[in-house]
Design a protein around this ligand. Structure first.
Ligand code: NAI
Ligand code: MG
Length: 358
């Protein structure tokens, strides 16, 4: 069969982002090498991020989105470094790409791996897994607002940060969650809001959830307030399958989920443009981890799991399953980085995963 060629942009950016993207690329190189010429990844690595900012005053060039537009996928590390204010680095690169390419669905699986002890009551229950579906285009991260309203004199500054909820935005992410639930063993969608306190946007979300649910009578549903859902993550994770929430709420819940699974370093994510009009972006959930960057000890599993999500999106589900199975075989063998109680470095874990690809 003819080789399938995939054009992929790598944006390692900052801190451990560079280390985990290198690890993920090594795994994808091994997938390519073992495909017998069937699969080829054509990489372009882009030097964007906080170091680029120090030199050019921007996180990525003005035509950055045009550079990415023709790619089949974007493989991202993490952006943010103490030399640049966090809101500047986040908005200047990651959010620019997510919003510029209408990557409106952010998928964050919470996976419990064998050999890794969860701080959760149901400690080593690797049967547990759920997916956080995060609205990724509007909500609390719409970027609406301003500072310095109303010149109220000294210490009088007022800032406004508004959320935006649209019927179209709510409906498409909720429908996505229901379609995803239909592919899972447990057909259930939990919708998360704070509609008792935020009575406009989140009540619109609740209304849309009820309307969309009517089209999926085969899928179980519940609506839970975000504070109660955070308790449920800890106390009744067996009740979860697909959890759909707004931008901010899902961001917080997915960090909680990955901590319950054992470490932030394990969590994978996909920023999807489900309409496939633009490239989607795959990245670990964690940030640049300045506290451990440059030491070669960070956990590469979040990034390698994100590479598996990318393979799935590229239409290579068997290769995606091979990578996920290799991750599980590696943790089961006890090859683990420090954050999950091991002593192995990033390279050792990466090499073990490659060896376990079989
Ligand atoms: P962080 O995720 O970088 O680190 C939080 C904690 O988790 C640290 O103790 C870190 O050592 C640990 N950790 C993270 N990734 C790990 C890995 N792969 N292996 C082992 N341990 C790991 O979050 P933090 O400290 O709040 O943010 C640091 C910088 O990253 C900031 O500039 C922030 O804005 C940025 N950030 C970027 C994100 C992105 O690009 N998607 C997401 C979150 C934060
Ligand atoms: Mg986060």
């Amino acid at each position: 069969t003819a080789a399938q060629q995939f054009r992929i942009a790598a944006i390692p950016a900052d801190g451990v982002g560079t280390e985990v993207v290198a690890a993920g690329r090594a795994v994808l190189d091994a997938i390519q090498a073992s495909s017998g010429g069937r699969i080829a990844f054509d990489w372009e690595e882009l030097p964007w991020g906080s170091a680029y900012y120090a030199e050019h005053g921007v996180l990525m060039p003005d035509d950055g989105l045009d550079v990415l537009r023709g790619k089949d996928a974007i493989y991202f590390g993490a952006v943010g470094w103490p030399t640049v204010p966090d809101h500047v680095s986040l908005w200047g690169l990651r959010l620019k790409i997510c919003q510029g390419f209408d990557q409106w669905a952010n998928i964050r699986p919470v996976t419990f791996l064998p050999g890794i002890t969860s701080p959760l009551r149901k400690a080593d229950d690797t049967d547990l897994d759920w997916v956080v579906v995060r609205e990724n285009s509007e909500g609390e991260y719409a970027g609406f607002g301003g500072r310095n309203f109303g010149a109220r004199g000294e210490k009088g500054e007022v800032a406004v940060q508004s959320s935006v909820f649209t019927e179209v935005g709510c409906e498409r992410i909720i429908r996505f969650a229901f379609d995803l639930a239909r592919t899972r063993a447990r057909k259930k969608v939990s919708s998360v809001t704070k509609s008792n306190a935020q009575q406009y946007g989140m009540v619109l979300w609740d209304d849309m959830f009820r309307r969309v649910a009517a089209d999926y009578p085969d899928v179980e549903t519940e609506s839970v307030l975000v504070d109660a859902m955070s308790a449920k993550f800890v106390l009744h994770p067996e009740d979860l399958s697909v959890v759909v929430a707004s931008n901010l709420n899902a961001d917080i819940l997915s960090d909680l989920g990955s901590a319950l699974a054992g470490s932030l370093g394990l969590a994978a994510s996909a920023n999807l443009n489900p309409d496939r009009r633009y490239p989607s972006m795959f990245e670990p959930v964690h940030g640049s981890a300045p506290d451990i960057a440059g030491q070669g000890v960070c956990n590469p599993i979040g990034a390698i799991g994100s590479a598996a999500l990318m393979l799935d999106h590229l239409g290579l589900p068997d290769e995606a399953k091979r990578v996920q199975a290799a991750i599980e075989a590696t943790t089961a063998q006890g090859v683990r980085t420090r954050d999950v109680g091991g002593t192995a470095d990033t390279e050792t874990v990466t090499r073990a995963i490659i060896a376990n690809l079989g």
